[in-house]
Design a protein around this ligand. Structure first.
Ligand code: AMP
Length: 113
């Protein structure tokens, strides 16, 4: 996998507003927020996109979901939030390091568009 801006954030080569960190993942505020709360949660492991994850990543992916829930609660949006994973260019993925968008703090309509 080629180097990405998120790998640079993990290595602290570029700044980010980090809100959560543990031995498996890192979360920081999206630089272009689409909602009052917009956090990106990434694994430290450089998986380019969800389609590249394997059964070896099962525990990691489950961990990310539980951490996303915790971050939503910590950010005060625990009752209403949305998780988004864009997979591939056709789904508007622009950074090829797996990430979960955690969105909330406003009314979230459906379908998302
Ligand atoms: P995606 O389109 O799903 O790949 O999402 C990539 C997200 O990364 C976008 O919402 C960008 O606003 C966000 N982003 C890009 N560069 C940075 C950065 N340096 N710090 C924080 N968020 C970023």
């Amino acid at each position: 996998m080629s180097d990405t801006i998120f790998a640079k954030i993990i290595r602290r080569e570029i700044p980010a507003d980090i809100v959560y960190e543990d031995e498996q993942c890192l979360a920081f505020k999206d630089v272009s927020p689409q909602a009052p709360v917009h956090i990106l949660l990434i694994p430290l492991k450089p998986i380019a996109k969800l389609a590249d994850a394997t059964s070896e990543d099962q525990a990691l992916l489950g961990h990310l979901m539980l951490v996303a829930r915790k971050i939503a609660a910590d950010q005060g949006i625990g009752d209403a939030f949305r998780l988004v994973v864009n997979n591939g260019e056709g789904a508007s993925q622009t950074v090829f390091h797996l990430h979960i968008h955690i969105l909330g703090g406003r009314s979230l309509s459906w379908p998302p568009g």
